[in-house]
Design a protein around this ligand. Sequence first.
Ligand SMILES: NC(=O)c1ccc[n+]([C@@H]2O[C@H](COP(=O)([O-])OP(=O)(O)OC[C@H]3O[C@@H](n4cnc5c(N)ncnc54)[C@H](O)[C@@H]3O)[C@@H](O)[C@H]2O)c1
Length: 426
Amino acid sequence: MAGPLRIGVVGMARILPSHLRGWKALLDAGLCDFRVTALVGRSPEGALSFRRRGEGPPPRPPVMPGGDPLAAPHMYVSDLHGDTLPECYADVPAMLAAGAVDAAVLLTPVGLHHGQALACLSAGVHVLCEKPLAVSVRAGAAMVAEAERRGLVLGLAEGVRYDASVRLQRWAVESGPVGPVEMMALGGLASYWAPDRIVAETPWRHRKVEAGGGPAIDIGVHQFAHVRAVAGEVREVSAVTARVAAERFTRDAAGAVVAAVACDVEDVYHAAFRLEGGGTGQLSFSWCGRGPASFWPGGSVVYGARGMCRGGRLALPDGEVLLEERARAELGADVWERWFPRGVRDTKGLQFLDFVRTVERRRGGDRGAQMEASGREGLHELAAAFAILESAAAGRAVTLQEVLHGRARTYQREIDEHWGLTAPGA
Ligand SMILES: NC(=O)c1ccc[n+]([C@@H]2O[C@H](COP(=O)([O-])OP(=O)(O)OC[C@H]3O[C@@H](n4cnc5c(N)ncnc54)[C@H](O)[C@@H]3O)[C@@H](O)[C@H]2O)c1
């Protein structure tokens, strides 16, 4: 490759600091070489807020406490590398016209993903797109088709596949103590955003044509990425959804309403699914609920033909042990190094490393190189998540294949019409 990969970041998003933190972990560990050469905000001045400390508008306070990626401390590109300062642009066409990047990372509201991805791919620029891949299956399929037609990498920024507990659960299912999945459950009810807060202070998350759906899409794609990574392909989904809070709010410290948004998406779903392998499972999540959050222990439970695990813990007759302890005793150091190179565990870092290495392999002539979280995997996760909404709209179980191929599209029709997606994409 001629010089380090040149990266353009599109969308000065709340999620950007967590990406920068992961990318810094890669540079610190000497795992790959790249430079952020472009930042695209809604204005060049806005993009300055991530370029160099003290230059642009001050960082926004975090929208939530704790370990969520949206709570990552603010960072600047200059914290990653001191030898290159990115140019700032007001839109994707300006960045592409400048010829400043080899690859773009899209961190914009979901409804913009397909238009921006198609513009980048048409200009020969590889794309890493935040989850969910797109605002509809048709939009996502168009992205996948364009990347495949042009021989470019389309990857999904979906950390679940790179997460230690998911990797360990997969090992426990495939060749470890749990065995083939018979039953699985993920999720819970209520959340940090219950009962009526504007999620992440992003009104677009509550509007169908901008977000695709509510938590069924925003969280559903994470859950189905987990299910598919551990247990294989989803065959069919049967679900109910509801919109409990028709309007949502941000409030000041005294509780007075600062902003409100009318919602036209669901804020709770309950879904049952069947796997191609025959196992069954259930998912739920809500942004509503008056009272504390309730989740499955460990966030996920997996019952297999030989045993059971929850989160990162394996159930044994005389108690629970960490899956990691058991796996480390049985797996070679080479597997561990492949999963967590030089000890890096940051999922945003690991997915970006996969992206950079996949682009390098393509440039080296490997035309079939794909990220583990490829655009096509992301399309299947998106279709599974839309199956929740299509099933609820149709009042019946729908198959993944029906949703993937547009035979179950009642819910999405309005979205496709809004964005002018008149033809099936892939
Ligand atoms: N993987 C995760 O854990 C995770 C967590 C949160 C969000 N996300 C995803 O990240 C993406 C962004 O979510 P967020 O919560 O950070 O939202 P956000 O609203 O904070 O970020 C979107 C950004 O895009 C900018 N933007 C809007 N229109 C634009 C345009 N035309 N050109 C350039 N920039 C534009 C907005 O100003 C905003 O800064 C979504 O796809 C979301 O699903 C992923």
